[in-house]
Design a protein around this ligand. Structure first.
Ligand SMILES: Nc1ncnc2c1ncn2[C@@H]1O[C@H](COP(=O)(O)OP(=O)(O)O)[C@@H](O)[C@H]1O
Ligand SMILES: [Mg+2]
Length: 410
């Protein structure tokens, strides 16, 4: 019986050259693997199973690390007037640097990591799954803030009518927004650029296109108009085109269903991150996701809009270490998916959940909500996950090649 559940030993890495573009053929391969996981699961016995502001500031040591210069270099620049005096409290003690202050330092020292707009393509990455509750919004917001902390110019496009990502940024989708503030006017061809919808957040260099329930309406409107006008599926892509020069990375939080908006998201994207929960029940939906993704890409192909992705990575999110079933599925996924998976497995963390309860991310917390140890551990794997994404994005940018080489990353 054991033999029967042994899957083909060829790892996906042998079939797909890591780093290559990904299209329908490769995704079909992944889909096959997903069904193999399901089969394994069946055959293995599992146990049952108001205005927000960024309060966080940074010490000179943290600032130095973020900026890529020594504390002495920062102090010297403050002394000779290249940088403003650091903020001090009534007793003359430094109160810490804001992210804005740190980006100012990066500008002065020439260490802003921006892409070269002439050579490097903006990264357009949805955290995509057609299922709710897998952590799409949580991951979107954390990845966005990680990139902002690193000094990139980030735009988050909330395409989910539920507006969770919008809420994370302190905008109440039901009270603070009308449909005119969302993607609605652009997608329904009332306007020619997306600039009207882009708003500042309380994070430096991080902008938001918010969403609210009115976006449900666009699903029906697009579906009704599509037969006569398939180009409507290009709207999100062309919309992002109108704003992309201002950003290094555009992150998209898609709706938890396959519809017109999700099709538009798949068309607009040039890479995908697919969060998955390593739990028995949820795994079925992962295989279904790839089946549906294939259907969606075939449909786009029929319209002559088949996308190619620079990378597609599956992310195991919300793994509960205390549950042997979770640990086993995560391990199995690593074996089966190979390099199509992010190396970092995002654990189920009370820190993320508790921060989320306050509509905050772990990156916004001034101190631990649970214990110092839990907080640090959680931040360590968040950083590891985001860093993997950062490196993949930078690998798509020719202008970063030399620095990646110096850093030993290629
Ligand atoms: N790694 C994690 N650890 C703990 N809780 C998590 C984690 N990822 C997501 N969650 C929680 O799971 C719930 C669903 O996440 P969410 O991002 O809203 O999913 P989606 O956007 O896919 O519907 C939220 O309560 C969130 O706080
Ligand atoms: Mg969500």
């Amino acid at each position: 019986m054991k033999d029967a559940i042994n899957i083909d030993k060829t790892s996906i890495a042998d079939i797909i050259d890591y780093g290559d573009e990904v299209g329908l053929d490769e995704i079909e391969e992944i889909e096959q693997r997903s069904y193999q996981v399901i089969q394994r699961l069946r055959e293995t016995v599992f146990s049952p199973d108001k205005e927000k502001e960024l309060r966080r500031t940074f010490s000179i040591t943290e600032a130095a690390e973020m900026v890529g210069r020594t504390p002495t270099a920062i102090r010297d620049a403050e002394k000779d007037g290249r940088l403003p005096e650091s903020a001090k409290d009534a007793r003359g003690r430094r109160t810490g640097y804001t992210l804005e202050g740190i980006n100012k330092m990066r500008e002065v020292f020439g260490t802003l990591p921006y892409r070269d707009t002439n050579k490097d393509e903006v990264a357009i990455i949805p955290i995509q799954n057609f299922k709710g509750g897998v952590g799409k919004s949580t991951i979107t917001v954390h990845v966005a803030q990680y990139f902002a902390l690193r000094g990139y110019r980030v735009c988050v496009v909330d395409c989910d009518p539920q507006g969770s990502t919008t809420s994370y940024f302190g905008v109440n989708p039901d009270y603070d927004l009308t449909e005119e503030d969302t993607l609605y006017p652009y997608l329904s061809q009332e306007v020619d650029t997306l600039h009207y919808a882009v708003r500042d957040t309380y994070w430096d260099q991080l902008k938001l296109v918010p969403a609210n329930l009115s976006l449900y309406g666009i699903e029906y409107e697009l579906a009704a108009r599509l037969p006569n006008n398939p180009k409507l599926l290009e709207r999100l892509r062309t919309g992002i085109d109108t704003i992309k020069d201002d950003y290094d990375i555009v992150l998209i939080d898609p709706p938890p269903a396959l519809g017109m908006i999700s099709l538009s998201v798949l068309r607009a994207a040039n890479a995908l991150i697919v969060p998955v929960r390593p739990a028995t029940i949820d795994f079925g939906s992962t295989a279904h996701f790839f089946t549906m993704l294939i259907e969606a890409l075939r449909e786009l192909r029929e319209f002559g809009m088949e996308p190619r992705y620079k990378f597609l990575k599956i992310l195991a999110n919300n793994m509960n270490e205390g549950k042997s079933a979770h640990v086993e599925i995560a391990k199995m996924m690593q074996q089966v998916y190979g390099s199509q998976m992010l190396n970092t497995i995002m654990k189920d963390s009370a820190e993320i959940d508790n921060a989320g309860g306050r509509l905050m991310t772990v990156y916004e917390l001034e101190g631990p909500m649970t214990s110092r140890e839990t907080h640090n551990r959680c931040k360590a794997y968040l950083d590891a996950m985001c860093e993997e994404i950062e490196v993949m994005v930078r690998k798509t940018w020719p202008s970063h090649r030399e620095s990646l080489r110096k850093e030993g990353l290629i």
